[in-house]
Write a protein that binds this ligand. Structure first.
Ligand SMILES: Nc1nc2c(ncn2[C@@H]2O[C@H](COP(=O)(O)OP(=O)(O)OP(=O)(O)O)[C@@H](O)[C@H]2O)c(=O)[nH]1
Ligand SMILES: [Mg+2]
Length: 192
């Protein structure tokens, strides 16, 4: 087994093996999901219409090819989330929260707790967007407001990885850390 792991790691390092993963991106409307996906897939920052139907994009990070689904956060689209989250077994779920929207934090909390339940053992990354806005909530405030202190494991070999990172899609602060997190998480949860 050790030899097999070693050969696999070596071929992977040479670029002969490509791993496939999927990201399922959910969160309330206006949270910044489509903006985030457009930047990580195409490095393009532009205005988007609210998402009306699930939209797919893809990108490669460190020899891992990711198919990403941006599901839209309007009320009528949220019923699709569970089907997408529970379809593949090698998913990473991303829940985007608008760090500046205190009014909708309760609603985000309720949706997030549902996602944490039905996502089973799949890793969940909560991303607090809009950190460029002065009045935004910090990572600690988001953890408290979303009441997820007991869930957050960080990037470990826990049976279910749950973590919270913050970013600005406008200034791009925090995005390299998020991309790094996604690849590391995939390696921990699905390769090693
Ligand atoms: N200041 C700031 N604005 C952002 C950031 N990310 C997204 N936005 C803005 O937030 C608004 C909503 O962004 P979208 O990416 O369309 O949000 P969404 O989550 O895809 O929304 P739905 O498609 O309705 O589910 C847009 O006006 C974006 O320009 C950010 O990091 N900072
Ligand atoms: Mg959208």
């Amino acid at each position: 087994m050790f030899l097999f792991d070693w050969i696999n790691a070596f071929l992977n390092w040479l670029g002969f093996l490509k791993n496939e993963g999927s990201l399922i991106i959910v969160g309330l409307g206006n949270a910044g999901k489509t903006t985030f996906l457009s930047i990580i897939s195409h490095d393009i920052l532009k205005a988007h219409m609210p998402t009306l139907r699930p939209h797919q994009d893809s990108f490669t990070l460190k020899n891992i090819h990711f198919n990403a689904w941006d599901l839209g956060g309007q009320q009528n689209l949220r019923k699709l989330w569970r089907d997408y989250v529970t379809t593949d077994s090698n998913d990473i779920v991303i829940f985007v929260v608008d760090s500046n929207d205190r009014d909708l934090l309760g609603e985000a909390k309720s949706e997030l707790h549902d996602v944490l339940q039905y996502s089973g053992s799949r890793p969940v990354l909560i991303i607090g967007s809009k950190q460029d806005i002065k009045s935004c909530m910090t990572r600690d405030e988001l953890i408290q407001g979303l009441d997820i202190g007991d869930y957050v494991t960080g990037l470990t070999t826990a049976p279910k990885i749950v973590d919270v990172l913050v970013c600005s899609n406008v200034t791009r602060r925090g995005l390299p850390q998020i991309m790094n997190w996604i690849t590391k998480c995939f390696e921990i949860a699905y390769i090693k």
